[in-house]
Ligand binder design. Structure first.
Ligand code: SF4
Length: 437
C-alpha cells in the first residue's frame, strides 16, 4: 500500500512486558482519521470508554501526521493523545519544536504505550534502534535537569528530549509532557498518564532526512500557495511584520483586554485595565525579548525567548511567554509583573504541569483568601510572588493544600466550598468559568 507521507510504522509498546511491536497503519484508518490527532483519537476510542485514565489499561499516544518531517510549513508539531485524568474523556495536546520531525526521520509515525513499567523507564530511539532503558537516574528530577542529563549522556546534536517532571511522576491531574525544555503539550493531564506508567522520557536522536512528497507535481503548487498566505504582509503570520511573528501569541493580551474579554482575578471581571499592558506581548518585546526561535519548517517564528535582567528572577532565560499562560498566571491571578509571569511559566515547564491550568486553582485560593473562605488553609494575596511560586511547588509535590489543587480547579473550588467561588467547567482550551451564585 502506498500511503504517501506516512512512514507506515507505529511502535506499540507494552510497558508491563517490556516489549514493542512495530505495526503498519491500517489504510482505512489513515484515510478516515488523517493526521496525528485523528489517528491518536481513533486508537484511544478503540481502547474503550471505561478505562481508568491512570490505570495500565489506558493508552498514551505520541502521534505525527503525513506532513510531519517534510518541508510543509508549520509541520513540526506532535499530538499527544490519551484518555484524560482531568476531564475523563479523550484529550489531545500538541507541542512544537523538533521532536515530531525527528520521530519521523527515525522512521515512525507514532508511539503508543500501554501497561505499566516495573521501574522508571525511558525510550531511546537512535541509529535504527528502539530501546527501553532504566530511568531511575532521572526519576525525581525536573524537566530542565532531565533534559540536561540526556544531553550530557548522548550529546546535544540532533537530540530531542520529551519528558515529564515531578508533577507527572506525582500524577498531578494537569501534568504534561514538555519537549525540549519549554514546548509543552500542556492540556488534559497527559503527563500524569506517563507518570502512572512509570514512563519518564522519550529521547530521540535523528539527523535531518526531509520527507519527500510522493507526488511532487501536486505538492509544489499547494505548498507554494500556503507559503504565500503565510508570508503575505497583511497576515498576522508575516515574518517579522505580522502580530503573531513579532509578539508571539501574547499579541492577544491587549486585544482581549480592550474588548472586555480578559478573565481577571479568578474571572470575577473581564478586564485587567491598564495592568494588561504590563504583561502583554508588546511589553515583553520591548523589555525582555532576546531571541525569536522557531519550530521545524516554520517561517513565522512565534516563539519568544526572554531573559529577566533584574529583580529576584534575574538571569532566568526561557521560551516563551505565551498568551494563555500569561493570562492564567497574570491577569487571572491579579499579577501584573511580566517577570513573575515568566518565572511561573518556567516553573510550570520545569515541574511539568500545564501553565494554563495552574492559574485556576491558585486564583480560586486567592479569591477564597480575599473573601475569608480559607477554612484554616492559609491565605494568598492577588499577585503574591512568593505565594504563587510556593503554590507551584506544593502542587507539583502534592504537599498540603497542593494535594487538593493538584486535582484541578474544580476540586479546589469544591474544597473551599463556597457558592460565590468560581467553578471551572470541565473542558479544554477555553478559560470558561461559571459561578454557582
Ligand atoms: S513557531 Fe509558532 S507558528 Fe511556527 S510552528 Fe512553531 S508554534 Fe506554530
Amino acid at each position: 500500500m502506498e500511503l504517501g507521507g506516512y512512514a507506515n510504522k507505529v511502535a506499540w509498546v507494552d510497558l508491563s512486558a517490556g516489549k514493542v511491536d512495530f505495526k503498519p497503519i491500517a489504510e482505512d484508518d489513515a484515510r478516515k482519521y488523517i493526521g496525528g490527532r485523528g489517528l491518536g483519537v481513533k486508537y484511544v476510542f478503540d481502547n474503550g470508554p471505561k478505562v481508568d485514565p491512570l490505570s495500565p489499561d489506558n493508552i498514551l499516544c505520541f502521534m505525527n501526521g503525513p506532513l510531519t518531517g517534510s518541508e510543509a510549513n508549520m509541520s513540526g508539531r506532535m499530538a499527544i493523545v490519551t484518555k484524560s485524568p482531568l476531564t475523563g474523556t479523550v484529550t489531545d495536546s500538541h507541542h512544537g519544536g523538533w521532536s515530531a520531525a525527528r520521530l519521523r526521520w527515525s522512521g515512525y509515525d507514532g508511539l503508543v504505550f500501554k501497561g505499566k513499567a516495573a521501574k522508571p523507564t525511558y525510550v531511546y530511539i537512535h541509529d535504527g534502534q528502539f530501546e527501553l532503558l532504566d530511568a531511575s537516574e532521572v526519576w525525581g528530577k525536573g524537566v530542565h535537569d532531565t533534559v540536561k542529563h540526556f544531553k550530557n549522556k548522548y550529546g546535544e546534536k540532533d537530540l530531542t528530549v520529551i519528558t515529564i517532571g515531578q508533577a507527572g511522576e506525582n500524577q498531578v491531574k494537569f501534568a504534561c509532557w514538555v519537549n525540549e525544555n519549554d514546548r509543552a503539550s500542556g492540556r488534559g493531564g497527559t503527563g500524569a498518564v506517563g507518570g502512572s506508567k512509570n514512563l519518564k522520557a522519550i529521547v530521540i536522536k535523528a539527523e535531518k532526512a526531509i520527507v519527500k512528497a510522493s507526488d511532487r507535481d501536486a505538492w509544489k503548487p499547494a505548498h507554494d500557495r500556503a507559503l504565500k498566505n503565510i508570508m503575505a504582509e497583511e497576515n498576522i503570520t508575516s515574518p517579522r511584520k505580522g502580530g503573531l511573528s513579532v509578539y508571539g501569541t501574547n499579541v492577544l493580551m491587549n486585544i482581549t483586554n480592550s474588548i472586555g474579554a480578559l478573565p481577571t482575578k479568578n474571572s470575577q471581571v473581564t478586564s485587567y485595565g491598564e495592568n494588561a499592558e504590563k504583561i502583554s506581548g508588546e511589553y515583553i518585546n520591548a523589555n525582555l525579548l532576546v531571541d525569536n526561535p522557531t519550530c521545524h519548517a516554520c517561517p513565522v517564528a512565534c516563539k519568544k525567548e526572554v531573559e529577566v535582567k533584574d529583580g529576584p528572577y534575574k538571569g532566568l532565560r526561557m521560551e516563551s511567554v505565551e498568551y494563555e499562560p500569561a493570562w492564567s498566571v497574570g491577569a487571572n491571578c491579579g499579577n501584573n509583573d511580566a517577570r513573575l509571569v515568566a518565572k511561573m511559566i518556567d516553573l510550570s515547564n520545569d515541574f511539568g504541569f500545564d501553565a494554563i491550568e495552574i492559574g485556576h486553582p491558585i486564583s480560586i485560593w486567592m479569591e477564597a483568601s480575599e473573601k475569608g473562605y480559607t477554612n484554616g488553609d492559609g491565605k494568598i494575596a492577588w499577585g503574591d510572588a512568593d505565594g504563587m511560586t510556593n503554590a507551584a511547588a506544593m502542587i507539583a509535590k502534592r504537599e498540603g493544600l497542593g494535594n487538593v489543587m493538584a486535582d484541578g480547579a474544580e476540586a479546589t473550588a469544591k474544597h473551599f466550598g463556597h457558592p460565590e467561588l468560581a467553578m471551572t467547567v470541565k473542558g479544554q482550551g477555553i478559560p470558561l468559568t461559571i459561578r454557582a451564585a
